[in-house]
Design a protein around this ligand. Structure first.
Ligand SMILES: N[C@@H](CCOP(=O)(O)O)C(=O)O
Length: 418
């Protein structure tokens, strides 16, 4: 296993953990899979589905050989993350008018978002390197996940969070796990810029997606999806795009599986951004090679409120190589899709619902065919943003809490609507 610069290929020394190469490129973990036998591994992964209390009961560490083969089991900090549901919803499928639809509920992770898949690996790796202080800048899901794993590892957690446009639920969750939360004026982009510059000086271990081990852990989402579907993935996988760690990890995981012979064909991937924070979609749809950051990103889907996603070049290369697509959706479209996902009983936070809104759009644009099969990745839990929920459901009168005396007559009136 090596850590190399994604842009210039220069190898980095792990002990001196840095997040960008001297050329400015992000880093990535390169594995040597020679000698790995796909059929043997598939059998091993199948056996691990019945693990209960060992690290292999985790839906991330069950694929340890492909994620961090060198890490000692005793260094692993796990909460048996992953193992999330892959659902069908006839309601959503027929509303979208697509042949086959799957929803992968990463929202069922222990801290309520897909960040746990990567965070277990980042925290475990940082602990093995001897770090005591773990940090991130975050719109709230990364910080909640960081705080949870740091608490489990009995390490200090520090989270830099924008003062505005983030969900109070996520800040409270981060605080409740015992992290030090530092609010600042600016966006996630400012926080990342700050840490890229001063993180080393502060002696903290950064757990954002600029950390290549976060990406390694997040690959497990697509491994798990493939394993659940007997190693036959749908035609399309649709994901929300904020910092772009999801598409980067998905791309890397798919590439691993193709190289190892776990899957026979590469599915196409679509990245959906919110209209007010869509620099990646703008770059891709205009056929540009370089990302122009959005200075003041703004969307109701706070998890995607990012104007300068760090992983854009990795994401660009993967989509260009594999014929992927991008699109952007409005906040109204996101909330309409969210209502559909919530009412299906699966539920999700606004950013996750962008995937369903994106499928609608991509079908209308004839980029996804109605005869194709699609899997949407739902990244965060329904209760991650109750302010948005309250606004949508209660203020606009879409749903209301009814009041009645506890008598048969008044309940009958309410139940029958008379
Ligand atoms: N939505 C994210 C922002 C991206 O964070 P990263 O850790 O993936 O770089 C959050 O929850 O903070």
């Amino acid at each position: 296993m090596k850590i190399v610069c994604y842009e210039c290929g220069k190898e980095q020394k792990d002990g001196n953990f840095v997040y960008r190469c001297s050329c400015g490129g992000l880093l990535e973990v390169i594995h040597d899979f020679t000698g790995l036998d796909a059929e043997k591994l598939k059998r091993l992964f199948a056996q691990r589905l019945s693990e209960r209390m060992s690290v292999y009961a985790s839906g991330v560490w069950s694929y340890k050989e492909l994620i961090h083969p060198e890490l000692a089991e005793s260094d692993i900090v796990t909460k048996y993350e992953g193992n999330t549901g892959l659902y069908r919803s006839e309601q959503i499928r027929s509303a979208l008018g697509i042949r086959e639809l799957w929803l992968k509920a990463q929202s069922e992770n222990p801290s309520g978002s897909f960040k746990d898949n990567g965070m277990t690996v980042a925290i475990s790796h940082g602990r093995a390197l001897g770090f005591e202080r773990f940090t991130c800048t975050s719109t709230g899901n990364t910080s909640s996940s960081l705080a949870m794993y740091a608490a489990l590892a009995e390490k200090e957690a520090i989270a830099l969070v924008p003062r505005k446009q983030i969900s109070l639920n996520k800040v409270l969750q981060t605080l409740a796990y015992g992290a030090k939360v530092i609010g600042f004026d600016g966006t996630y982009d400012d926080g990342i810029r700050f840490y890229e510059r001063y993180g080393r000086e502060l002696g903290v271990y950064i757990c954002n997606s600029i950390n290549p081990f976060r990406i390694e852990g997040q690959k497990s989402i697509v491994y798990e999806m493939a394993q659940s579907l007997n190693w036959e993935l749908p035609d399309w996988i649709v994901i929300p795009g904020g910092a772009l760690s999801n598409v980067t990890a998905l791309g890397k995981g798919l590439q691993d599986m193709l190289e190892l012979g776990f899957i026979r064909r590469m599915p196409k991937v679509a990245v959906v951004q919110a209209e007010g924070a869509s620099p990646f979609h703008m770059m891709m749809s205009q056929g540009k090679r370089n990302l122009e950051p959005v200075e003041r990103p703004s969307t109701i889907a706070s998890a995607m409120n990012i104007g300068n996603p760090p992983s854009w070049s990795k994401a660009r290369d993967f989509l260009s190589r594999t014929g992927g697509e991008t699109c952007s959706v409005t906040d109204e479209e996101i909330m309409e899709a969210k209502a559909l996902v919530d009412r299906s009983g699966i539920g999700c936070e606004p950013a996750s619902a962008a995937t369903v809104a994106g499928v609608w759009k991509l079908i209308a644009e004839k980029k996804i065919g109605a005869e194709e099969s699609v899997a949407c990745i739902l990244t965060g839990n329904l209760l991650k943003d109750t302010d948005v929920l309250r606004e949508y459901l209660l203020k606009d009168g879409r749903a209301q809490m009814l009041a009645a005396d506890l008598t048969v007559e008044s309940l009958e009136r309410l139940i029958r609507g008379s």
